[in-house]
Unconditional design. Structure first.
Length: 283
């Protein structure tokens, strides 16, 4: 998977890695299903701040009633949560959609599985210069995150609005910029920014449009429903956010209980009421 990081992104990720991995290592002995002095079983999960960690915080007291002490470690990037899961420093992670997980497994050889889907975050296209995709001029620059797994979902939005055409029969989750066969406005798609930096890129007025994942938009104080000039459809959306675990751990009692709680009506209602459509519970 292509990765281009600015100096700021590299520095912040390294700093976070030292902090998060150190914290995870300190807790390693108490995780992996061991019981604490209160008889609770500790479960350590790495998660993005919004909405993932917020959803887990809502689930925390419910899990405690079921004998599980949930510890949440927050990450601000898309690389470290899988690395620390592979290193057995956390029990699971909750930050990525299924195509991203599949790509990470193919690229890095992780022995991970999907423990269950939780929510969908419709991705949005933001612009400080234009009020609709149709207004973007010839040669307009579209700034995107540096993940091949998101290229298809982003390009599909432009195709739905009639601005480009993708190769006939290409799978949405596999499509890339190279699959564009018609681009009358000669739009320039730039997938070269780390996801967490995209809100700042938008605020700086860079490019003609910036594509931002809903969790980072929420974290930056943007409204993922009202602020974008276009939002992907949630119908039949394959980009569902999931809980990932090491292969075999999906059968652990604690993981099964976690998924039961995350699929409960209480958590689904919380997602629906708190995020007002910016985040949708998985079906």
């Amino acid at each position: 998977m292509k990765k281009w990081f600015s100096t700021l992104a590299i520095a912040s990720t390294l700093l976070l890695g030292l902090t998060a991995c150190g914290s995870a290592a300190n807790e390693k002995e108490s995780g992996n299903g061991s019981a604490d002095d209160k008889g609770l079983t500790k479960l350590v999960i790495g998660a993005s701040n919004i909405p993932h960690a917020e959803i887990l915080e809502k689930a925390k007291p419910i899990l405690k009633e079921k004998g599980i002490d949930l510890e949440i470690q927050v990450f601000s990037d898309f690389i470290l949560p899988n690395k620390v899961l592979a290193a057995k420093e956390i029990d699971a992670n909750y930050f990525q959609h299924l195509p991203y997980l599949e790509e990470a497994i193919a690229d890095e050889g992780y022995d991970f599985v999907n423990a269950g889907a939780v929510h969908i975050e419709p991705i949005g296209i933001y612009s400080k210069k234009y009020k609709s995709l149709d207004e973007i001029p010839e040669g307009g620059k579209i700034i995107m995150r540096d993940a091949v797994s998101d290229e298809g979902r982003i390009l599909s939005i432009f195709q739905e609005h009639g601005l480009i055409k993708l190769k006939e029969g290409v799978n949405k989750t596999k499509a890339t910029i190279n699959d564009i066969v018609e681009n009358p406005k000669k739009l320039v798609f730039q997938p070269n920014i780390e996801a967490a930096l995209l809100p700042q890129v938008f605020n700086n007025g860079e490019g003609d449009a910036v594509v931002i994942n809903a969790n980072y938009a929420l974290d930056a104080g943007l409204d993922p429903i009202k602020d974008p000039i276009a939002v992907e459809s949630a119908k039949d959306n394959p980009y569902v956010n999931i809980v990932a675990v090491r292969a075999g751990d999906e059968n652990r009692k604690e993981i099964k209980t976690l998924m039961e709680v995350l699929h409960s009506k209480e958590i689904k209602d919380f997602i629906t009421e708190k995020y007002k459509g910016a985040v949708l519970p998985a079906e």
